[in-house]
Design a protein around this ligand. Structure first.
Ligand code: ADP
Ligand code: MG
Length: 697
């Protein structure tokens, strides 16, 4: 109860600061304050010698005496401190100068504490905290000092780290004994966790490095555990509620295709995934499965094989793709694959003519059509199936939640759903984002693929690059040149693209070379025209914005040039690179960038050069940018606000607690056992509002 108290009542805060805390950090109760965790710690047991202090050290402390104050100039005062060895360091003050000069005496030993900087080639510390040596011993009740993240507004209102240390100390003094345990006793003892109140005490005031570690562990454990428990119990719920069609038999279509049309051996990963899907088909429960696999790993083929199973069991199927180009391509691919097999495949997009549409509607209703391939047009209410049993959704991150839900409602029992994505998501993230879906992964490419050779080039290599491009064109290859398109600066991006297009047509003049252009501002028909012009081999070069990112297949294109590559996300670069390397020829990807790059940008480009593995790239992306920025999660965002865990670092723990949560639910589906009553209570209280992810696909 005490933890629900408004924060303004905590001693030292009051209404004005309470408002600032609320605005800046969302803290409105005692509990919010207690769950505002430090972002790092300083070891206050170590004292540096002045000669050891360098600018790249984080916060440090040293013991010494102030040897002189300089006369303030331009509201800036320098003072000098020296330690036993006689070495000096500059201290700089901009505020409260008078107070400082009065308060601190020369020739008294103090503890100085702060972050070293460099100015004019000299090390200094701006506004160090200064304590008398005896203060230092008595006041700090932990040698590992918590540091809280701050904002300028907080600092201006004296709500920096020191203030937080004080608030947390006041708070724990009155509340420590009243903090209720949030995990059942049996979990705490079985997994050797420390009590919640001790975890909270030690996260703010670590009594030892070991206790700090145990405190972090306990809090992360709990945070991830409840998320997984909530997701898994939603999943159970869905499975209990939703019956699914049973596809028990393997029939002629499947066998014919497998024996006569499939000209190659499936990869082990493909076989494994097909088995997983078949088990779902037989289970009597509706399937909701996410299929992840790198571009070209053979997802479409897996989907097709499973569609044949559905058809063999008397059901219709459909594939929904995010663009017309992609739908066309799927239509082409599926028709080619099914050559000689008696299966009716039709295409439905925005461009389908009215006259054709009537016939299509009839054939769909009568059940004559076995496979319908299309775009969003499939979702329209007027599209009615005779007996839709299996839905495949390609490139899922392009579709909204409601759109997917609509597809599910096209039969009296929800059809099985397979969502395919070529944007690999790190495991930890998919367990959290899609925690209640089943996940299949194709982590193996068909044999014989040549890796795309990737290079990072600066502007000074452009002439060489153009020379190489000419050679490739002469050898019959085609080339993509891609410009970034970032929404906020669309105008500028558009200009970049126009300039780039102009430069390319100068360097590759007509009629010898044919160049076409595709960008987001063109009408769909114009886009399709240009894409088809390129796809049919009539153009040598396609200059484009990232609209080509999704799915186009031009096997003869062997070079991908990405301009201002530093402005793309890693997954996006990977997707773009996946456009080449689809034919028999060796393919190349050139990442063009500015000379000036941030360290992070340089690392990202180096990673692209080093690896072709989408999952590895996704993992690194997660580490470099944090989970909020990962492609495909931007729109949806993380459904959970993680206070202490980090999906990039705590993947192992996440898997561990997921298993624990799963075992608990296995034994006690609805958490009705007495020992689980606390779990039930907390799920109901804190996880009611989370999105039901079982409805997204
Ligand atoms: P994805 O949809 O994952 O991007 P596709 O299913 O389009 O991949 O497959 C890419 C290409 O590889 C297609 O031309 C497909 O026919 C071919 N392919 C798929 N599986 C295999 C396999 N096991 N062996 C050889 N080629 C394959
Ligand atoms: Mg594909």
């Amino acid at each position: 109860m005490i933890l629900e108290t408004e924060i303004k009542f905590l001693s030292g805060i009051g209404p004005k600061r309470a408002e600032i805390l609320k605005k800046e950090l969302g803290i409105s109760t005692f509990k919010d304050m207690l769950y505002t965790f430090p972002y790092r710690y300083i070891d206050r047991t170590k004292f540096y010698k002045i000669t050891e202090i360098t600018e790249d050290l984080p916060y440090i402390q040293f013991k010494g005496k102030i040897i002189r104050f300089e006369t303030p100039r331009n509201k800036r005062m320098a003072a000098y401190a020296a330690d036993d060895s006689g070495n000096e360091i500059q201290l700089v003050f901009f505020k409260g100068i008078k107070w400082i000069v009065n308060k601190f005496k020369a020739n008294t030993e103090y503890v100085f504490f702060g972050k070293p900087n460099v100015f004019n080639g000299k090390i200094n510390i701006i506004h160090p905290e200064i304590e008398t040596v005896s203060d230092e011993n008595s006041k700090i009740n932990s040698n590992i000092q918590a540091v809280y993240s701050s904002t300028e507004r907080l600092r201006d209102n004296f709500l920096g780290t020191k203030a937080f240390n004080r608030f947390q100390s006041n708070l724990l003094t009155i509340a420590y004994h009243k903090i209720d345990e949030t995990l059942p006793e049996y979990i705490i003892s079985q997994y050797k966790l420390i009590a919640l109140k001790d975890a909270l005490l030690n996260i703010h005031f670590p009594q030892s490095p070991e206790l700090l570690q145990r405190a972090e562990y306990r809090l992360k454990f709990e945070e991830l555990f409840y998320i997984q428990l909530s997701l898994l119990s939603q999943r159970l719920n869905r499975l209990q509620k939703s019956n699914g069609f049973v596809f028990s038999k393997i029939g002629d279509n499947f066998n014919n295709f497998y024996n006569n049309n499939l000209g190659f051996e499936l990869t082990n990963a493909q076989k494994r995934v097909i088995k997983e899907i078949r088990n779902d088909f037989k289970s009597g429960k509706q399937m909701n499965r996410l299929l992840q696999g790198d571009v070209g790993s053979g997802k479409t083929l897996v989907a097709l094989i499973c569609m044949l199973i559905a058809i063999d069991n008397g059901f219709q199927t459909c594939i929904m793709a995010p663009t017309e180009i992609l739908a066309n391509q799927h239509y082409q691919t599926v028709n080619d694959f099914l050559n000689g097999i008696d299966i009716e495949v039709r295409l439905l997009t925005g461009s389908t003519k009215k006259s054709e549409r009537k016939l299509l509607d009839d054939d769909l209703m009568s059940g004559k059509i076995n496979i319908l391939i299309g775009t969003h047009a499939l979702i329209e209410d007027t599209v009615q199936f005779h007996n839709l049993g299996f839905v495949v959704i390609d490139e899922q991150h392009r579709f909204g939640v409601e759109q997917r839900a609509k597809l599910r409602s096209k039969n009296r029992i929800a059809p099985h759903v397979l969502v395919m994505t070529a944007t690999p998501i790190p495991r930890t993230l998919s367990m959290t984002l899609y925690g209640d879906l089943d996940i299949s992964i194709i982590d193996e490419l068909p044999p014989g693929r040549k890796n795309v050779k990737t290079f990072h080039l600066l502007e000074n290599r452009r002439l060489q690059l153009f020379g190489f491009m000419r050679k490739q064109i002469m050898a019959g290859r085609q080339i993509y040149v891609v410009y970034p398109l970032i929404r906020e600066s669309e105008k500028m991006d558009y200009k970049n693209l126009e300039d780039g297009y102009f430069a390319i047509t100068q360097a590759f003049p007509a009629p010898e070379y044919v160049t076409c252009v595709v960008h987001g501002k063109m009408k769909a028909a114009e886009k399709d025209f240009a894409m088809n012009y390129f796809a049919s081999g009539k153009a040598h070069i396609l200059v484009a914005t990232s609209v080509i990112e999704v799915g186009v297949n031009v096997p003869n294109a062997s070079i991908m040039v990405i301009e201002s590559a530093e402005r793309f996300g890693l997954s996006q670069l990977h997707q773009l690179r996946g456009r080449v390397g689809r034919g028999a020829e060796q393919s190349y990807c050139f990442l063009m960038s500015d000379v000036k790059l941030t360290t992070e940008a340089r690392k990202r480009l180096q990673l692209m050069v080093r690896t072709n593995n989408g999952f590895e790239i996704a993992e690194e992306d997660l580490k470099l940018r944090g989970p909020g920025d990962i492609e495909g999660t931007q729109q949806s965002g993380l459904p959970f606000n993680l206070k202490i865990s980090n999906l990039a670092k705590d993947g192992k723990l996440l898997g561990y607690v997921r298993n624990i949560a799963s075992a608990i639910l296995n034994e006690d589906n609805l958490l009705e056992l007495k020992k689980n009553s606390l779990l039930r209570k907390i799920l109901d209280k804190d996880f009611k509002k989370t999105i039901d992810y079982s409805d997204i696909s």
